[in-house]
Design a protein around this ligand. Structure first.
Ligand SMILES: [Zn+2]
Length: 424
């Protein structure tokens, strides 16, 4: 039986081994279906076999390690899924995704070592496409597992013109067998994922782990403000229709509305802005800017968008400009199941780690897995909130506590299954 410290030390060593498997030159870059992805998938499979799991690869390249149920019960034909992804962004850190796979393997290994009996099977999954960097798709592998893959995603091309379907064949996958990757709803109990927080909330709270309440929904808009160009020296201030000055006011209202949504962890960002004609001595006539807005539930996000529309129109009317908002992306909130949150809360309480709950502002495989089954996520404290960066870091102690909390959460689900018979 390993202590949390020993589990963390092992997790750190495993992450270091995975970090060496890269397509990058001197940095960690592991894109979906690349040679480094193949090497990492094989490496994960080796660990899974060593942990006594029955290992296979599905049609989309997801590694699956299967542990059979060890205790009799009506949940015996059901499976608890635990996973995350092993692809990375370009010049990545070593924890994002990989920690969840490593935590799943260590938890199953440790559950066996401790002789903990489970009335359901456990499948550890290592997905290949979460970051969506190589192809203009994302969550292809978890969507296939969840049975919600959009078939046209297989025709996506990378920057070199390679079609996903062909890359999959080269990897050893089977684009014709996509439907076989899907689990049946009735055989699935839940999906659990441990992930680095990728934000500063837990660090600020002084807590090693936190329980995720939802994966934030998000809406993205392209907003166009039209005014009138004019001579910077001759048009008096009162007679201007300055599209950029109007935009500045709109941006302040975006901040204002997002701050007012703090209770729903609302965040809103203008990440891109272009003003025309863009000359030092010409009043800006046209501005196009983006808005990315997220919150822990759909209703407050949609209400904030409606509020912003009203405020933008008021600014536009007062300043004699026009404004149009075009939505180009929307993804609904993925709620984490209360019963799975409670399992993690109970585990955190057992370990005296507080019970901080927080929404995930970033997307995760759980977003796709929600189409199949209930989703539960546990976040691990992330130094300075830095992620998607080689400086990404979690301590050995925190990682060990996260694995221990995962084990305890699985134990709680097993106890629930034993008491309720067929539903955890
Ligand atoms: Zn991730």
């Amino acid at each position: 039986m390993r202590t949390p410290g020993e589990l963390g030390t092992r997790a750190e060593a495993m992450l270091a081994e995975l970090a060496a498997l890269t397509d990058g030159d001197g940095n960690l870059t592991r894109l979906y279906l690349s040679p480094a992805h193949r090497a990492a998938a094989d490496h994960v499979a080796t660990w899974m076999r060593a942990a006594g799991l029955d290992v296979g690869f599905d049609a989309l390249g997801t590694v699956r390690g299967r542990a059979m149920p060890t205790a009799p019960g009506r949940a015996g034909n059901k499976r608890l899924l635990i996973g995350s992804h092993i692809d990375t962004v370009v010049n990545a850190g070593r924890h994002d995704g990989m920690l969840g796979v490593v935590a799943g393997i260590l938890a199953v290994e440790e559950i066996k070592a401790r002789g903990i009996q489970l009335p359901f099977g456990v499948d550890v999954l290592a997905f290949g496409d979460e970051e969506g960097v190589r192809f203009p798709t994302t969550l292809v592998s978890s969507s296939a597992v969840a049975g919600c893959l959009v078939p046209s995603d297989l025709d996506a091309r990378d920057a070199d013109g390679v079609v996903l379907r062909d890359a999959l064949v080269a990897f050893g996958g089977d684009p014709e067998a996509v439907t076989s990757a899907a689990y049946a709803r009735e055989e699935t109990l839940a999906y659990l994922e441990v992930h680095i927080e990728q934000g500063p909330v837990l660090e600020a709270a002084g807590l090693p782990i936190g329980i995720v309440t939802s994966i934030a929904g998000q809406s993205r808009f392209s907003i166009t403000v039209m005014g009138e160009a004019g001579h910077a020296g001759t048009v008096p201030m009162a007679l201007r229709r300055d599209a950029l000055a109007a935009t500045a006011e709109m941006m302040l209202s975006i901040e204002d509305v997002a701050r007012a949504g703090n209770a729903h962890q609302m965040v809103a960002t203008v990440g891109r802005l272009a003003a025309k004609p863009g000359a030092v001595n010409v009043i800006p006539a046209e501005v196009v800017f983006t808005l990315d807005i997220r919150a822990d539930a759909d209703a407050p996000r949609l209400a904030a968008i409606a509020e912003l529309e009203t405020r933008f129109r008021a600014v536009a009317a007062r300043r004699g400009v026009t404004v149009t908002m075009e939505k180009f992306y929307e993804s609904p909130t993925t709620p984490c199941a209360p019963r799975l949150q409670e399992a993690f809360v109970g585990a955190a309480r057992d370990l005296n780690l507080g019970e901080r709950r927080l929404a995930s502002g970033a997307g995760h495989d759980g977003h796709a897995m929600h189409h199949l089954t209930d989703v539960g996520m546990l976040f691990v404290r992330c130094r300075s909130g830095i992620s998607h960066n080689p400086a990404e870091f979690a301590t050995i102690d925190d990682m060990g506590l996260a694995v221990e909390a995962l084990i305890k959460a699985v134990e709680r689900l097993a106890a629930d299954a034993a008491s309720s018979g067929d539903r955890i």
